[in-house]
Design a protein around this ligand. Structure first.
Ligand SMILES: *Cc1c(COP(=O)(O)O)cnc(C)c1O
Length: 478
């Protein structure tokens, strides 16, 4: 492409981006156009004729924008979603402009070095063993899969079984022990790795969803042979932490590999008033944590952190005559993850860490927790609204209609969530927890302020009141 044409198209996108991101807070948080309509809008034309580049980009914005989730907005409280910090976005653009394949250090020395530098900084920030290897993956799902892959192969290697060459046919059985309310992606990782989701020991949890320490240590004490213990830092509904200080030494005593899923909760280690909950997890063998949640990197970005680098490399490396080996001190990103060709995610992480610094990251985490507590305080003032968790982090589990029958409360909760989403002042999602429908609120984006929390609470309460009124007036459609 000629420079003038490049200038036109890139300038156009940059200008649009500045407009879009500077108005994140002013827009409604509901998609204006639904999925069915978007399928029609985005259907490619019959026969697939080509079109000029600028027109294509304008069309993409025109067609897609009304159907975007408001994930960069300050009142987006669904799931656990970061807000794509603009400096990270700019670094992510450069990543695409540079078009680097991050597979190995020869192909892209800069991509390898950026991952290495950012990985070291992450270990420093999270205060994890400095010798650990950090694989840059798409998110915590892949981080769980990657780390648990290394765990599986290593615990079997220790009893003389080589999974890399002999697979699982006839292999000794591996015990897997975890809290009953581990994240669904941990069960998915177990499914992908050939363990199955049911053939594992699920330990009972407390009222906040954390594994019970005593039950866990008892379960572990009765086990022998290759064992993987999976713990959680940050329960998806409650933000709860498993009692690491109690469980990890017991797991280590039987020679287990301990993995911690800390997709967002691991960041609590940077929040002065919350870090106590994440104490002791540094004694584990591997950790999964996301960049694109609390660290605010653009999608996608997660980190698979493994203390024993050799175990990770053995499990993940792809030997091929045309790929360079990794000498001492040389990083080949593809040896630490299940992927060969992939995006150079290290640049966005590097830029965010360099920009926010320890103070900046710490402030985002601490503020998210404070604002979550504010949500709880405000909502619990309503007589028929209950907070179901100890709000110890950034997640708030809200139960509506404490005085109604369970069936009515569930039905009205679903209706309220739909109404909140439709009104678009804020976005919240739902879940089922302890047998009940809940509204789940997460404060994960860096842009949320007290007044956003105030506006969101008003929207939630007002939606709830109108749903409830309609119910009491005997109407079922709301
Ligand atoms: C979000 C989350 C995951 C999955 O992470 P992705 O980035 O969505 O792949 C795993 N565990 C926990 C606790 C999470 O919150």
């Amino acid at each position: 492409m000629k420079k003038a044409d490049l200038q036109t198209i890139f300038d156009f996108v940059a200008k649009y981006a500045a407009e879009r991101r500077s108005t994140d807070g002013n827009r409604g948080h509901a998609p204006l156009v639904g999925y069915d309509e978007l399928r029609l809008r985005l259907a490619l034309p019959e026969g697939l004729p080509g079109a000029p580049g600028e027109e294509v980009i304008r069309d993409l914005i025109r067609f897609a924008e009304p159907g975007l989730g408001a994930m960069t907005g300050p009142r987006f409280h669904g799931w656990v979603i970061g807000a794509s910090n603009p400096i990270g976005v700019a670094a992510d653009w450069l990543t695409s402009v540079w078009g680097q394949n991050a597979a190995n250090h020869l192909a892209s020395p800069a991509a390898s070095a950026a991952e290495e530098a950012s990985g070291a900084a992450l270990l420093e920030l999270l205060d994890l063993p400095r010798e650990a290897a950090v694989g840059f993956v798409t998110g915590a799902t892949m981080a769980n899969f990657t780390a648990l892959g290394a765990a599986r192969n290593e615990v079997l290697r220790r009893v003389g079984w080589n999974v890399e060459t002999h697979g699982l046919f006839g292999a000794p059985e591996v015990n897997v022990v975890l809290g009953a309310e581990a994240h669904s992606t941990v069960f998915a990782a177990l499914k992908y790795l050939g363990f199955g989701t049911e053939r594992v020991v699920k330990v009972a949890v407390d009222a906040n969803g954390a594994a019970r320490g005593e039950a866990f240590t008892e379960a572990v004490a009765g086990i022998s042979g290759p064992t993987i213990v999976i713990l959680q830092a940050g329960h998806i509904n409650s933000g709860a932490f498993d009692p690491f200080q109690e469980i990890i030494p017991a797991a280590k005593a039987i020679g287990a590999w301990v993995h911690v899923d800390g997709a967002f909760g691991l960041w609590a280690r940077l929040a002065p008033t919350r870090a106590y909950q994440a104490k002791g997890l540094e004694l584990a063998d591997s950790w999964a944590v996301d960049g694109h949640k609390w660290l605010q990197t653009p999608y996608d970005c997660g980190y698979a952190i493994v203390r024993d680098k050799d175990a990770l490399v053995r499990a993940m490396q792809i030997p091929a005559s045309y790929l360079p080996g990794a000498g001492d001190g040389v990083r080949n990103p593809s040896e630490l993850t299940p992927e060969l060709s992939r995006r150079a995610r290290g640049f966005a992480t590097w830029a965010i860490l360099r920009h926010l610094g320890r103070e900046g990251v710490s402030r985002i985490i601490e503020r998210g927790c404070t604002l979550a507590a504010l949500f709880a305080q405000r909502l619990v003032q309503e007589p028929d609204i209950e907070i179901m968790n100890d709000v110890n982090l950034n997640q708030v589990a809200v139960r509506l209609g404490a005085d109604l029958t369970a069936a009515d409360a569930d039905r009205l909760t679903h209706a309220t969530i739909a109404r909140i989403q439709r009104d678009g002042v804020c976005f919240v999602g739902g879940a089922r927890w302890k047998g009940a429908a809940i509204i789940r609120i997460s404060v994960s984006g860096e842009g949320t302020t007290e007044s956003d929390v105030e506006a969101s609470c008003e929207a939630i309460v007002s939606a709830w009141k109108s749903v409830r009124l309609a119910h009491e007036a005997g109407r079922t459609s709301v």
